[in-house]
Design a protein. Structure first.
Ligand code: PHE
Length: 340
């Protein structure tokens, strides 16, 4: 019994002397580990003379519980102390307002594109994306421009090191891809995307720019449908009062070919500059899909007809926001981009 009393006193004294968590844990192993002193004392019950066994057993169990409780209390106190110490050492002001997160915005080019998509979506057009790296065959030949065709001069081309592989000069080769995928079904799509031309960079021309191509193929599609579609589009984008003017033009892949102008309000102080004094502003090239192109897409020109148009959303954006330098679009100058 006196061994038990000494054990308890010694254990309590050592526990009180533990200054951190590792020493506390070491203390626990010493007394409560598999061969720990408290467990050894409990196991010793069997060897105690019968008449003392009950008292010894009770006392041993009381000590076990008392030491366990003392240990848990000391451990909790030590954890709290360590936490407080670390909070004082690295003070954290949870009331400090957070740093504002920089929010991005859509690039002005993306904003225009999305507006164009939604106007055409309302007219039942789907967006169809095609490749920016094309072959000469699809960019020119299948669009009715054999090698050495003089019309190729309209599109100065970036060539790659692979013969015949080029960066597309317009979105029109997409017409071939979409026709070959959907033939003989009717088609009503827009084909948006980046185009590339090997040109001198000036305030008015860039070596890369976006286009939105439109293609409608079906039975009995007429020039009137083209005119109606373009008019509806221009009025949604530029205002209900806008007048449309159609001039005859030439593209190898449309016949007849047209260019479309809209009237520009005389009140606009930029009107003269934008319309070169004419009051009319060109927004797109278009026409009825050439029979050769229909055939290259898999459609029989005797049964099917269609129209196509191609416009430059950068030009349109420049008009709408009085941007006088096309190089701003891909210049990544935040002072420009943040205005929209
Ligand atoms: N692809 C022509 C261009 O880049 C535009 C166009 C598209 C003209 C479709 C007619 C029909 O200039």
């Amino acid at each position: 019994m006196s061994d038990l009393a000494t054990l308890e006193q010694r254990a309590q004294a050592e526990l009180a002397a533990c200054a951190d968590e590792p020493t506390l844990r070491a203390w626990h192993t010493k007394y409560f580990g598999k061969t720990g002193e408290v467990l050894t004392a409990l196991k010793a019950i069997g060897g105690v003379p019968h008449e003392q066994r009950k008292t010894y057993g009770q006392e041993a169990n009381r000590i076990k519980e008392a030491l366990t409780a003392a240990y848990e209390k000391a451990l909790a106190a030590e954890k709290e102390r360590a936490l407080q110490a670390s909070l004082t050492a690295n003070p954290l002001d949870v009331t400090l307002p957070g740093r504002p997160v920089q929010r991005g915005r859509l690039h002005i080019a993306t904003q225009t594109m999305r507006q164009v998509y939604s106007i055409f979506a309302d007219m039942g057009f789907q967006v169809y994306r095609t490749r920016e790296v094309e072959d000469d065959h699809t960019n020119f030949e299948l669009l009715n421009m054999p090698p050495h065709h003089p019309a190729r001069d309209m599109w100065d081309t970036f060539h790659t090191t692979v013969p015949g592989v080029i960066l597309r000069t317009h979105t029109s080769p997409g017409q071939i891809h979409v026709m070959r995928e959907f033939c003989p079904n009717p088609i009503r799509v827009i084909l948006p995307g980046m185009c590339y031309r090997y040109e001198a960079i000036t305030t008015r021309s860039e070596i890369q720019f976006q286009q939105v191509e439109g293609l409608v193929i079906g039975q009995h599609v007429t020039m009137a449908d083209l005119k109606g579609t373009i008019t509806a589009f221009a009025r949604r984008l530029f205002g209900q009062e806008r007048q449309l003017r159609i001039r005859s033009s030439y593209f190898p892949f449309t016949e007849p070919s047209i260019e479309v102008d809209i009237d520009w309000p005389k009140e606009d102080p930029n009107a003269d500059r934008l319309t070169k004094g004419t009051g009319w502003l060109e927004i797109m090239g278009a026409g009825m899909v050439h029979p050769v192109v229909l055939r290259n897409g898999g459609y029989d020109p005797a049964k099917f007809s269609g129209f196509a148009f191609g416009m430059g959303p950068q030009r349109i954006t420049m008009l709408r926001h009085a941007i006088d330098d096309i190089r701003q679009f891909w210049g990544n100058d935040l002072r420009f981009l943040r205005q929209f």
